[in-house]
Design a protein. Structure first.
Length: 424
């Protein structure tokens, strides 16, 4: 019997547990360890931040769902990974031994790289967790009493730009519905070299399309923006030129701001000797396996992938749902194969497919492969994307509650977009 431990029960970890359960025999034990006792559907957080969703719609208790599938669950933070001793040390002092470890710990939110940033010790909101999104919603309601300038965007070193665009459009739409938009000058401040870059070097005509959408919605922008400091009500931004030299200094007043931070690997993972790159992301081979510890696999935001290109202000490449799903599928195949004495030869497809909501419409993009030039480079806008995103949220929550082992993107999204044939 093997004991497989999955560390992190988010977008990658929960499906990994269900898929593994259906792929390996009941004689093998699976345990999920997560710092919190609930699952949260992170892509819904922009809606939570404007009151379009509530916590109860986008979270669910983990233990009952995993129990139904015969998967053990421990709601504890992991403080240390003893990779040489094949064990985890949990915050309550427990030591949990494993034969295989799957690390799906997502990001550490690196607000401390910009003084004054972040929702706890700083002055900017975040939508990265349900707690942050709820705080963003509470502060938004105060802002609505006395509206003024707003700033939305992404900090230097950020990689997850899609949600910043989503939030800018959703924020815009919500203010329009409340007939308050005319009181809110809105600026999008981003480390990307141009609007629509998204850490991917652009996708199709994302630059023109998103610039046009910003113009149509009276959203101004500053690109190549290095936010250096945030004070209460004021953001300090150095705008760089294409050579990475300072071009212009901005002092931007605001009454509300949501800025996506740079990501790092979480402390317990980053601290393991030889496991990670300097930012704490897990170094893996093409089979999602640690280069140093051969019984450790990793998927999701916590893995190291190189930036698509060097940009004047540092940016990273996003790790989105479809990519995470294929990483998980590869890990499940590889662990199941090894348990049967076969070779672990499955690989993930590191492609980017994303549905981005814009309030009542949306934009879908497909970048295959992630690094240009691409075989598929597709970016489309339409109301159907908004509807598809709502349907995706409902389906993913259903799947997490009921333990359905099924790759959502592979089975539904790719087919709906008509791109299965192109990818293969
Ligand atoms: C606001 C936002 C919106 C997004 N929207 C989309 C979208 O629409 N489409 C898309 O494709 N991608 C989207 N993404 C990108 C990506 O899909 C998500 O970030 C996704 O949640 C990443 O999954 P993950 O499993 O890597 O990490 P997470 O879902 O963040 O899960 C990590 C889990 O590990 C746990 N954990 C961390 N450290 C420890 C520890 N030491 N001990 C125990 N547990 C630990 C955490 O509590 C968490 O439950 C979005 C990202 C953000 C931030």
């Amino acid at each position: 019997m093997a004991h497989i431990v999955i560390l992190g029960a988010g977008t990658g970890g929960m499906p990994a547990a269900y898929d593994l359960r259906s792929a390996i025999g009941k004689e093998h034990r699976i345990t999920v360890v997560n710092a919190l006792d609930y699952f949260q559907f992170v892509p819904s957080n922009p809606w939570v931040a404007v009151g379009w969703r509530e916590r109860k719609e986008t979270t669910l208790p983990i233990a009952p769902s995993l129990a139904k599938k015969g998967i053990d669950f421990i709601a504890q933070r992991v403080d240390r990974i003893d990779a040489d001793g094949n064990a985890l040390e949990l915050a309550d002092g427990q030591r949990l031994a494993y034969d295989y470890l799957v690390i799906t710990t997502g990001p550490k939110l690196s607000f401390d790289e910009v003084p004054g940033a972040g929702p706890v010790q700083g002055h900017t909101q975040s939508i990265c967790t349900i707690d942050h999104a709820e705080k963003a919603w509470a502060d938004y309601q105060t802002f609505l009493q006395d509206p003024g300038p707003a700033i939305i965007g992404a900090m230097p070193g950020a990689s997850c730009f899609g949600p910043a665009y989503e939030f800018a459009f959703i924020f815009n739409k919500d203010l329009q519905r409340r007939k308050l938009r005319h009181k809110v000058p809105l600026t999008f401040v981003t480390s990307e070299p141009y609007i629509g870059h998204m850490g991917l070097g652009g996708v199709g005509d994302s630059k023109s399309m998103l610039e046009s959408e910003f113009r149509n919605h009276d959203i101004k922008w500053i690109t190549n923006a290095k936010v250096t400091k945030v004070e209460a009500g004021k953001m300090f931004v150095t705008e760089m030129d294409e050579n990475g030299q300072p071009k212009k200094e901005h002092e931007l007043p605001f009454k509300y701001s949501m800025m996506l931070p740079a990501f790092k690997g979480v402390d317990a993972v980053a601290a393991v000797e030889g496991l990670c790159n300097p930012r704490g992301f897990v170094l893996i081979d093409e089979h999602q396996r640690s280069k140093k510890y051969r019984n450790i696999f990793s998927a999701g935001v916590c893995v190291a992938i190189p930036p698509v290109e060097v940009t004047p202000v540092p940016t990273g490449a996003p790790k989105t749902g479809y990519m995470i799903e294929t990483m998980v599928s590869a890990i499940v195949h590889n662990i199941a194969a090894e348990l049967q004495g076969q070779s672990a030869d499955a690989k993930a497809t590191w492609n980017a497919i994303c549905l981005a909501d814009m309030g009542d419409t949306g934009a879908a993009f497909v970048a295959l492969p992630q690094i240009p030039p691409r075989n598929v480079n597709w970016f489309k806008k339409g109301k159907w994307v908004h509807l598809a995103k709502v349907a995706f949220e409902k389906y993913f929550m259903y799947k997490m509650k009921n333990g359905t082992a099924e790759p959502v993107y592979e089975k539904h999204v790719l087919k709906a977009l008509g791109i299965v044939r192109l990818e293969k």
